[in-house]
Design a protein around this ligand. Structure first.
Ligand code: FES
Length: 127
């Protein structure tokens, strides 16, 4: 068990290790992301967590960058390395891989996305 001091951490990357993502290369993506972080000496700035299913299995493998609120799809090992180099280190989002951006309206799919919309969740009753 590990207890990291996360003071000063700039980004948290959630890497899906659910079964759909693992069948499509989630482990290779996980290792590529973590290796690139180490290679660029960014371990103190970027924290990663393996997760279970994030509910976007058609986009597998999935990785999510916070606090940006950027959801990435089809995260191969190469894409995982690019997320670290271009987005996390360089500040440039990989727009072709984006499922959702976070905005004032919540998560939104980019215009012209090829990702499926997915199943609509039921409306909550207002309290
Ligand atoms: S298993 Fe990764 S989104 Fe479902």
């Amino acid at each position: 068990m590990t207890t990291w001091n996360l003071n000063g951490t700039k980004h948290h990357v959630l890497i899906c290790n659910g079964s759909s993502c693992m069948r499509k290369g989630g482990e290779e993506a996980t290792q590529a992301i973590r290796n690139e972080i180490t290679e660029l000496n960014l371990d103190s700035r970027i924290h990663t967590t393996r997760t279970r299913c994030n509910g976007r299995c058609k986009d597998a493998p999935v990785a999510i960058v916070y606090p940006d609120g950027t959801w990435y799809k089809n995260v191969t090992a190469e894409v995982g390395s690019s997320i670290v180099r271009q987005h996390l280190a360089g500040g440039t989002i990989l727009s072709d891989q984006v499922i959702y951006h976070y905005s004032d309206e919540g998560f939104l799919q980019p215009e012209g996305t090829e990702s499926i919309e997915g199943i609509q969740k039921p409306e909550k009753e207002k309290v």
